[in-house]
Design a binder for this molecule. Structure first.
Ligand code: 1VU
Length: 253
């Protein structure tokens, strides 16, 4: 199984379980995320949702380049990108707060997935970045739209996306992308992050989440995220993109 879902004492967990592929997202993982969202979206008993990746090398390395490399044209790529954008929109607008447990690399679509969450707990050995530019594409699952929507300093966020580089936890904290950086055991770090929050009734957390995100239901965010998928799909069909993916897939062979 390429993912697992667990609900334990009002906390819902989704774990991508493809460590050998650095937890890259294929259609199976997309289906898993949709099923996770279906399970928790209307469950008033859930206090928090946690998204993470198996192992300690990667949170998520983005779209599975070996699977999705088969898409040659914008028309081929758009349905996958659009589906990713729908999933990230649903994550961003879940009624309970969400935590990305960034226990390793979060790059490309993996950085987008973490950006869709409310909080990002980042391991001191982890790295993250919108590296899609190295593949001659932009973010395509709506993650860049979400990043800009979350009101950081415009110039620094624009550099964060367009320089396509990988950032250290210190840089991610300074940018305001990382909520906290932790050392040592991931479960302990999550417990310590959640403990003070669990002293407050879940309805309060859910109410603040609704206050913070209500505007997104009416300001066209969902449409803007789909538009990001469309822009990415146009770049996807370029030779520059296909050549860059080919270089990545053959680098160690
Ligand atoms: C939707 C838009 C997108 O998300 S486009 C995808 C953007 N993502 C990327 O370009 C990420 C590519 N991956 C990486 O940069 C590195 O693998 C990171 C995550 C930094 C981890 O580095 P490192 O720990 O050295 O592992 P590695 O590169 O040797 O990879 C191990 C095996 O996993 C594979 N892998 C990794 N990421 C992906 C991916 N996104 N899609 C498909 N396969 C991936 C590598 O090819 C490698 O496989 P193999 O063991 O050589 O067969």
């Amino acid at each position: 199984m390429s993912y697992s879902i667990k609900i334990d004492q009002s906390i819902a967990y989704f774990t991508i379980n493809r460590p050998a592929m650095r937890n890259a997202v294929n259609y199976d993982v997309m289906e898993g995320l949709e099923s996770f969202l279906d399970q928790i979206e209307d469950d008033p008993e859930i206090s928090f949702a946690v998204i993470t990746g198996e192992g300690d090398l990667a949170f998520c390395s983005g779209g599975d380049l070996s699977d999705f490399h088969g898409f040659h044209t914008a028309e081929d790529a758009f349905p996958m990108l659009s589906r990713g954008a729908s999933i990230l929109y649903r994550i961003a607008t879940l009624p309970m707060p969400t935590i990305a447990l960034v226990n390793g690399a979060a790059v490309g679509g993996g950085c987008e997935l973490a950006t869709a969450c409310d909080y990002r707990l980042v391991a001191s050995h982890a790295r993250a970045g919108f590296i899609q530019g190295t593949l001659a594409i932009t973010a395509g699952w709506g993650g860049a739209t979400l990043l800009f929507e979350k009101n950081g300093p415009h110039d620094r966020l624009l550099q964060f996306t367009s320089r396509a580089s990988i950032h250290s936890p210190e840089q991610l904290l300074e940018l305001g992308w990382a909520t906290e950086v932790y050392e040592g055991d991931t479960e302990v770090a999550l417990d310590q992050f959640l403990a003070p929050k669990l002293n407050v009734h879940r309805n309060v957390h859910r109410a603040y989440k609704s206050i913070a995100t209500r505007k997104w239901k009416t300001n066209g965010l969902e449409h803007a995220m789909q538009e990001e998928a469309r822009v990415c799909s146009v770049l996807w069909e370029s030779d520059a993109h296909h050549e860059a993916v080919q270089r990545f897939l053959t680098k160690s062979k």
